[in-house]
Design a protein. Structure first.
Length: 153
């Protein structure tokens, strides 16, 4: 006979901070200050990376050309999560269910993993158009993109 789970309630004081680095700092500042989603373009193969990174994964060239992408894009993969967990960006429990998607923003060649406003698997399909919904006021972190709203034809 299985034993019941032991539950221990505990509060943690998690007050540390970490640096976003130069690329994510610029990304977060543009998102916060102007509501723009920026990506980096490779000078050789012209591939546009979001999230931004300093080196092209194809050419291994340093990237310095910032370009705006989105705010609309295409849903490339999705799931609906039904188990509770702590959101790593807030430290708070994430309400369930919630949709997650890999979104390829217009103008980008890579995808961004983010929350969706849809939680019904029957209403989600590959290729759906989505649009970023920004938080107000914005704070300069990934939460400034609250979620992606599914655009219905």
């Amino acid at each position: 006979m299985p034993q019941p789970l032991l539950r221990v309630r505990a509060s943690l004081d998690l007050t540390w901070h970490y640096a976003a680095g130069s690329h994510f700092t610029r990304f977060f500042e543009a998102l916060r200050d102007d509501g723009l989603i920026l990506a980096l373009r490779c000078p050789a193969c012209r591939r546009v990376y979001l999230p931004p990174r300093p080196v092209c994964g194809n050419c291994f060239r340093r990237m310095e050309e910032w370009v705006p992408v989105g705010p609309q894009g295409t849903l490339r993969a999705f799931t609906v999560v039904h188990f509770p967990f702590l959101d790593p960006t807030t430290g708070q429990p994430r309400p369930v269910p919630f949709g997650m998607g890999l979104i390829q923003l217009d103008g980008a060649d890579t995808t961004l993993n983010h929350y969706l406003d849809e939680t019904d698997l029957g209403r989600l399909e590959l290729g759906l158009r989505v649009e970023a919904v920004l938080r107000e006021p914005r704070q300069g972190d990934m939460g400034d993109i609250r979620l992606f709203r599914v655009l219905r034809p």
